[in-house]
Design a binder for this molecule. Structure first.
Ligand code: AMP
Length: 250
């Protein structure tokens, strides 16, 4: 049985441990998550181990990045299973603050990202989202003081927002992006896949197929607008309610 990671829930307790790491000259990699872990998260943890001596995984379902109409209350939570998975991967520390520790009474400061946070993709449908992410991620960085922070390319706009923020605020760490881990049929792994009905689960891989084929069509000379128009049509025909399908420079 692997040694259990330390589970830490308060900032002072966290600082005690990270300052011990620092005193020994040990590097630290942070993997921020909202829990309900799957193989996508675990691939981030493996990259973290390759980069640094100590690996911290944060588990925090961040109320600030959910709109009132969204699924904060019902977001899947499975702390004990998460803990077992992270123990098996020899994670050193799980940073799992309470909401009150993260946002104490009177909390009144926010990071307002621009640039990649305002390009009219995810932000068009979830205007609260990147402000919530940037605020909590900057707090996670200041709390854990990592040398490396590992994020998934699945949330590509988020990866760009966090990278920009780290650079703009001169945060002394490197943000590392990790390729998307998919199910065999191409569906990106996601904690929210648990919401899909059996029928929806059967249809879901179409999304990745259309993305791949649209990109291939553009590469081989089809005009982007035509390829994307066709892609949108196929996705909607399959019964999806499409927010956006667009081609953008990375
Ligand atoms: P979440 O718990 O959904 O907030 O995700 C935490 C981190 O894991 C983020 O950096 C995500 O981009 C990353 N992630 C989630 N799903 C995947 C996946 N299928 N492949 C790679 N990274 C992922």
């Amino acid at each position: 049985m692997a040694r259990r990671p330390l589970v830490v829930r308060s900032v002072p307790a966290l600082r005690k441990i990270t300052s011990r790491y620092r005193a020994k000259g040990e590097t630290v990699a942070l993997v921020p998550t909202m829990g309900a872990l799957h193989d996508g998260h675990l691939s981030l943890v493996r990259v973290a181990h390759r980069r640094a001596k100590r690996v911290i995984v944060s588990i925090f379902v961040n109320p600030a990045q959910f709109a009132p109409s969204e699924d904060f209350k019902t977001y899947p939570r499975s702390f004990n299973t998460d803990l077992a998975m992270l123990a098996a991967l020899k994670v050193d520390l799980i940073w799992a603050p309470t909401v009150a520790a993260m946002y104490p009474e009177g909390f009144a400061t926010k990071i307002a990202p621009e640039g990649p946070a305002l390009v009219g993709l995810e932000d068009r449908f979830r205007p609260h989202f990147f402000g919530g992410v940037a605020t909590v991620v900057s707090k996670l960085f200041l709390q854990t003081t990592p040398d490396f922070a590992i994020f998934g390319e699945k949330d590509y706009q988020q990866l760009r927002v966090v990278t920009r923020m780290a650079r703009d605020l001169d945060l002394p760490l490197r943000v590392i992006g990790v390729p998307t881990v998919r199910e065999k049929d191409g569906l990106a792994m996601s904690s929210r896949n648990a919401y899909l009905s059996p029928d929806e689960r059967k249809t879901a891989p179409l999304l990745h197929r259309v993305l791949k084929e649209t990109a291939a069509a553009i590469k081989s000379g089809t005009l982007p607008n035509a390829a994307i128009g066709q892609g949108r049509g196929r996705i909607e025909q399959a019964g999806f309610k499409l927010d956006y399908l667009e081609a953008r420079h990375a």
